[in-house]
Ligand binder design. Structure first.
Ligand SMILES: [Zn+2]
Length: 202
């Protein structure tokens, strides 16, 4: 997806329904690290409004922006936070967990043999029966037809070379990938924190 599409997409959400009538369950808070960078891009780190308000009372977060929507309690009215920042910096781990989701994300949700985004599954580059391990370096995203075609063969035997050699990504590399997949829901106040680097580049 192109950057201009990302900005368009963000802009569309910006003009979404008026805030005051927004349903409470549509008021998650975007969580920033103490350095005001998003905790993660994909899946985006968001908390339900109840969790966010609890964290404010526990003084674990600072409020950066609010929804127009209020919650009422017997003792006070309070604006629901839309962006909050942790007071204590959370150091991201250098390497992400080796999970199915993260392999898909590394491979940008596309088959690494033909580029298809559909019917995705996983392929052992060197097949298990030939000693291939289930590791970042030997697993990649493949569509079901490619997986079937490759069968139990090596890429050389099947004449199917991966488009990109699979590597173990760093958390930073995975986060960069995540930026290309904007979430379904973006509040206008999130935009500045998620896309400022993109706008600077343009
Ligand atoms: Zn394929």
């Amino acid at each position: 997806m192109f950057k201009s599409d990302l900005i368009d997409q963000a802009a569309r959400f910006r003009s979404a329904d008026g805030d005051p009538i927004r349903k409470l369950e549509s008021c998650p808070a975007l969580v920033l690290n103490a350095d005001y960078t998003p905790l993660s891009y994909y899946p985006l780190s968001v908390w339900p409004w109840q969790t966010a308000i609890k964290a404010i009372f526990l003084e674990r977060v600072d409020v950066v922006a609010n929804y127009d929507r209020l919650v009422h309690s017997p003792s006070l009215d309070m604006q629901i936070p839309s962006v909050i920042a942790l007071r204590q910096y959370v150091r991201p781990s250098e390497f992400p967990a080796f999970t199915r989701f993260n392999v898909f994300l590394r491979d940008r949700f596309t088959c690494q043999y033909c580029g298809s985004p559909q019917h995705l599954t996983f392929d052992h580059v060197v097949p298990r029966r030939l000693g291939g391990k289930t590791t970042w370096e030997n697993i990649l995203t493949a569509c079901a037809p490619c997986n079937m075609r490759k069968g139990g063969c090596t890429p050389a035997q099947a004449h199917m070379q991966p488009l990109v050699r699979p590597i173990r990504p760093t958390s930073w590399q995975l986060q960069q990938q995540g930026k290309s997949f904007p979430p379904n829901y973006l509040h206008e106040t999130w935009r500045d924190w998620l896309y400022w680097d993109i706008e600077l580049e343009e």
